[in-house]
Design a protein around this ligand. Structure first.
Ligand SMILES: Nc1nc2c(c(=O)[nH]1)N[C@H]1C(S)=C(S)[C@@H](COP(=O)(O)OP(=O)(O)OC[C@H]3O[C@@H](n4cnc5c(=O)[nH]c(N)nc54)[C@H](O)[C@@H]3O)O[C@H]1N2
Ligand SMILES: Nc1nc2c(c(=O)[nH]1)N[C@H]1C(S)=C(S)[C@@H](COP(=O)(O)OP(=O)(O)OC[C@H]3O[C@@H](n4cnc5c(=O)[nH]c(N)nc54)[C@H](O)[C@@H]3O)O[C@H]1N2
Ligand code: SF4
Ligand SMILES: [Mo]
Length: 756
């Protein structure tokens, strides 16, 4: 059990730490500021600590809801007046955030009031303008056009792209409606851009997509290895959990850039981009050579260690030094720290997943945890950190690549089980999983897919190789975009826009990074005629003519009960969760919770997986998986001499900025222009002055950006944040062969002075 300190103590400690330079905040947030970062500012809405409810409008009730941005899953108190939320503060009573929230959480309500909210359906007319229409016209158009395409080109000629940011119940409804009701075979999510690599890595290594950890492991660990993970700004409240660690942990950050997280580390390994596999194989070789491995655990709980041990033999120190650019001492030190640690935890995020060899890279880390027995015990684990608020829900319940409830489309028993529970004809369940995101887009290019329904994601901004993506979207006969805002880059290209309610305007559950179900609640009326995604799916089911199939799907909580039934007997079994009330009263509940086996009732607040050393493969063992590292698909060249890294820019920006750019507070916390981080030595040789507007160009596109000279990127590399709409003009559409996740963090660019 965790005992929370008083919020004041926490805030005090954070302030002290920050003033002494430990942990966030970082120059990049401060760059947007003129004045000093004071305690007042930190504690104000938009700061991290506890704030006050404004006195001018006193609330008359309070309720809670989990945040709708990142996968941390913080709980927020929502202060209500006559049933509507007027302000919020972080929940001090929740085991995840313990009274903290980051700027995005603090500002979650503000962005709901933006003037570009979609308030009515919009239909493109003969003059090529989006014009308001009523819901019945919108639904009729949706059905006529989509069914028309199907009758001309076959069932598979329509597809959907969804998200990790809707409620679990909404994702399940969409997936079931599209695939069982509307006859679509293909639908994928933006989680392909994000978590697909972890999903495949875990499935192959452990037998199920199962991140083993609980956030308490951040506090229990004595050696925390963060790989390609900028926790300080991408998961600030997880970083706060690291700061509560009382074991004076070694914090080892493996990242080409000296990020805000690397600055706070005890050891930073600025390796050459995409050389992680070489590093981890080399470290495995050292551990084996020195017998720094847990032979007992390996023998009892894993397969294929001996072939792995043989495979890593050629990864000598010299070879790893050459591949990574790290010194032999640093690599040895890293191996020694792993050996000396009693509780070593390995964490990774997009620096690993977004790679043309992401799955094997994730597994090279999983292997380190397995061979040292660092799994299933407090403070350990091979831990993939998820990104979006409900990426985990999407992985288990979206019915995209996997059948509802962590099942498999190709498995006849699974199909029969799902058909029986849903009371549908088994023949309606596809026998194969969906095409992946990029294969759906290729399907458009090849003239196979003609209609696309995009829900709660903004591919025209976020997808890799943007020009190609725009070309593909513009070829569609019918593009439907269902979003909170009509102004997104994707909505602007749509034939039909469906106005969606957002976080705070609907009910359901999210599943956070540590597998915890949390409740989100309706505390605001959606603007105009906007409807919850759940209601939109309901209306479409009826208009399509398959409403009867979803008779029981009449509220999010009713769907939650169906999902429970579907999960029975799976590793993600949640039959022990009674209802929403139980989730709420327990401070969220981690999966699995099997009926009759739950210990939540005994006050247990957190659980990790694999405590008994049993994995999900039929023989109960985990597998060592490995493969020779491959060269970067588009290495730096004479014409394009820099490796481009992309990623998150600040804690106050969320992805394509449809939400975060609507808050005045958040806008003050991030740079207003696209910037490119470049090493001062490179800038000097190119004659680039600080803050000069420069051109950044790849084989695919060119953007202008403000040069930010910083040694945090090494010579020969540059970094561009993903938040400005044109950043993905530069990126190269290459994918991991197993997970089909885009490699957003590796392509070649040149940087030039404008007019030079
Ligand atoms: N503020 C904010 N928070 C967010 C989000 C947001 O948009 N804004 N998005 C959320 C989502 S969906 C996600 S997926 C997460 C992402 O969270 P993170 O993965 O932590 O964020 P990124 O900045 O994309 O990438 C992390 C780091 O990978 C490094 N990297 C690049 N190439 C390599 C490599 O070859 N090896 C290694 N070891 N590292 C490399 C980059 O330098 C970068 O610092 O953040 C979540 N949280
Ligand atoms: N270059 C580069 N590109 C990247 C990345 C990178 O690191 N580098 N990271 C990738 C990653 S990890 C991710 S996860 C993706 C994210 O990419 P996207 O998913 O495209 O980004 P978001 O801005 O989160 O888009 C969510 C959309 O849903 C809308 N929305 C929000 N809530 C709701 C709701 O409840 N219902 C509906 N219907 N709509 C809603 C928002 O207004 C927004 O338009 O970007 C990827 N792109
Ligand atoms: S850390 Fe993530 S979940 Fe917590 S308040 Fe910030 S965005 Fe929301
Ligand atoms: Mo993500």
């Amino acid at each position: 059990m965790m005992t929370a300190k008083s919020p004041e103590q926490d805030a005090e400690k954070r302030n002290k730490n920050w003033q002494s330079g430990v942990g966030p905040p970082h120059s990049k947030w401060l760059r947007a500021f003129d004045g000093p970062l004071t305690r007042d500012l930190l504690l104000s809405p938009g700061g991290f600590g506890l704030g006050q409810v404004p006195a001018k409008s006193q609330p008359d009730a309070v309720t809670t809801s989990v945040c709708g941005y990142c996968s941390t899953g913080c709980s927020l108190n929502l202060h209500l007046k006559e049933g509507e939320a007027i302000s919020l503060s972080p929940n001090t009573n929740y085991p995840v955030n313990l009274g903290m929230a980051c700027p995005k959480g603090w500002e979650a309500l503000t962005v709901l009031d933006a003037p570009d909210r979609a308030t009515t359906p919009l239909l493109r007319d003969a003059s090529d303008k989006l014009k308001p229409v009523d819901w019945s016209t919108a639904l009729q158009t949706f059905v006529t056009r989509m069914q028309g395409i199907q009758s001309r080109h076959g069932d598979d000629s329509i597809a959907f792209i969804s998200t990790g940011q809707m409620a679990t119940e909404e994702m399940a409804f969409l997936g079931a409606l599209a695939k069982f009701g509307m006859g679509m075979k293909h639908g994928d999510g933006n989680t392909r851009q994000c978590m697909a690599t972890s999903v495949v890595a875990y499935k192959q290594s452990f037998g199920f997509d199962a991140p083993p950890y609980t956030y308490g492991d951040f506090e229990e660990s004595d050696t925390i290895v963060l790989v390609g993970s900028n926790l300080c700004l991408a998961h600030p409240i997880m970083w706060e959990r690291v700061m509560r660690n009382k074991h004076k942990p070694e914090i080892i950050v493996v990242d080409p850039r000296c990020t805000e997280t690397a600055m706070a580390a005890t050891l930073h390994l600025p390796l050459a981009p995409k050389s992680d596999m070489d590093l981890f194989y080399g470290v495995a070789r050292i551990l084996i050579e020195r017998s720094w491995i847990d032979r007992e655990f390996i023998d009892a709980h894993t397969n294929d260690f001996d072939s792995f041990a043989e495979f890593v033999q050629p990864f000598t120190l010299d070879r790893v030094v050459a591949a990574t650019g790290l010194s032999a001492e640093t690599i040895e030190r890293f191996a020694t720290l792993i050996h000396e640690g009693k509780r070593v935890s390995f964490w990774w995020t997009m620096g690993v997943n977004q790679s043309y060899q992401g799955v094997r890279t994730a597994q090279s880390l999983i292997n380190l945890a397995l061979m040292t027995g660092n799994i299933g015990k407090p403070g350990t684990g091979a831990n993939s950190i998820t990104g979006q608020c409900n990426a985990m829900g999407s992985r288990l319940f979206s019915n995209t690549t996997g059948l509802l409830g962590g099942h498999d489309f190709a498995n006849a028993e699974h199909r029969a089980k799902v058909a029986e529970i849903l009371n549908i004809d088994e023949a309606r369940i596809p026998r194969e999983s969906s095409l992946a995101y990029h294969e759906i887009l290729e399907g458009v290019l090849k003239g196979k897919i003609h209609g696309l329904w995009v829900i709660c994601t903004n591919p025209a901004h976020s997808w890799i190789n943007q020009r190609l993506c725009h070309d593909i979207l513009d070829r569609l006969d019918f593009l439907v975009v269902q979003d909170m805002y009509h102004s997104t880059e994707t909505a602007q290209r749509a034939h039909l826009v469906l106005p969606a309610a957002g976080w705070g305007e609907k009910d359901g559950t999210f599943i956070n990074s540590e597998r915890r179900f949390g409740i989100l609640k309706k505390v605001r009326r959606p603007p105009g005629q906007a409807l919850s995604d759940f209601s939109i799916f309901r209306l479409i089911a009826d208009a399509w003519g398959c409403g009867q199939m979803f008779d029981r799907w009449d509220s999010p909580e009713a769907v939650f009960q169906i999902l429970k039934q579907l999960s029975a007997g799976q590793p993600c079994d949640i039959t022990g969760i009674e209802d929403y009330r139980m989730i709420e009263e327990s401070g969220g509940i981690q999966w699995p919770l099997v009926r009759g086996e739950g210990s939540v009732a005994r006050g247990e607040k957190e659980r990790r997986l694999f405590c008994d050393g049993r994995f999900y493969h039929p023989d109960g063992r985990a597998t060592f998986l490995f493969e020779a590292p491959r060269p970067m698909p588009e290495p730096a060249s004479a014409k394009y001499p820099f490796v481009l890294l992309t990623g998150r820019g600040t804690a106050s920006q969320w992805h394509t900025q449809t939400r975060t750019s609507k808050s005045e507070v958040l806008r003050k916390l991030y740079p207003q222009l696209l910037y490119v981080e470049i090493n001062p030595n490179d800038a000097r040789s190119l004659g680039i002055a600080p803050n000069e507007i420069v051109s950044v160009e790849s084989q695919r596109g060119r953007v202008t950006a403000q040069a930010f000279l910083t040694p945090s990127v090494l010579v020969g590399q540059v970094f561009v944040p993903m938040h400005e709409s044109n950043a993905n003009q530069l990126t190269d559409a290459v994918f991991d062969p197993y997970s089909k996740q885009p490699s957003y963090k590796s392509c070649a660019v040149r940087v030039t002075r404008i007019g030079a």
